[in-house]
Ligand binder design. Sequence first.
Ligand code: AMP
Length: 300
Amino acid sequence: MNSVLRFRTPEELRSYAEQVRCRGGKVGLVPTMGALHEGHLSLIRIAKALASDVIVTIFVNPTQFGPREDLAAYPRTLERDIALATEAGATAFFVPDVGAMYPGSDNVRVVVRGLTEGLCGASRPHHFEGVATIVTKIFAIVGPCVAVFGRKDYQQLQVVRALARELLLPVEIVGAPLIRDVDGLALSSRNAYLSQLERAKALAIPRALSNALRMFVAGERSVSVLDEVVRGGLERSLLAVDYVTFADPDTLAPCVAGKLGERALLAVAAFAGTTRLIDNVLLGEEGFFEVAPNSSSRAE
Ligand code: AMP
């Protein structure tokens, strides 16, 4: 087995990416905050199919957390992450400390307007500024590559696409399918915070999305009818709803009333206890996803 390459400084990573390209290889990139699960591993497998070498970055980026969010508590499982990601095809890891990624006055930020105003941007005002800033820094270090992001964080994927396009970065962005647990819950590093009871309640999220998708496929287009189905499903399970939004999948402009067209993003954020969970489905682009009604299964 090849030894695992682990870089801590931007210079080391830049030089590795240059070496890959010099020998005619193609660089794949999967940025993460660690605590890896099957969702992350699916991104690594996609990157491996598209590139000769795959860099996984593991960095819990402080600027994308709000003051009352879970930066300190965020799960950190580095050695396990490296073993799992290597198995999935990663060839190198970038594990910088905060000082390496924010070396100066902390006055420089990348701002993407418009796309960041609704959905998660409304309740997490500086989140996407932090995401856009760190992703731009990683792209600047790595250079030409194919970068894979999950559709689990659909708004983030659109923000990253926009910044790569508008900043003329030599990065091809690939969106990867959202991976769910066997019971339907979208895989997330934050699922580790859930008690058994909270997790059972959280299953109302995929169930509500699945119900709305089924109605959409059967021809329902009324925003208020579908909104009521989703909100009602979440509230009956005592989840505190942050948002239920129907939006244009490309611009993320919300559809607040009237009828949906042939494609729409349905995205939700809700709290199970203190854990904020997000999920989404692309109406008009995805088939059914089946959710076992009362499953309490739990993949570790
Ligand atoms: P994170 O570590 O949460 O910052 O996520 C790193 C990358 O993994 C992002 O591109 C996420 O969209 C992606 N990701 C996280 N969870 C999933 C999932 N359940 N399915 C697909 N991609 C995911």
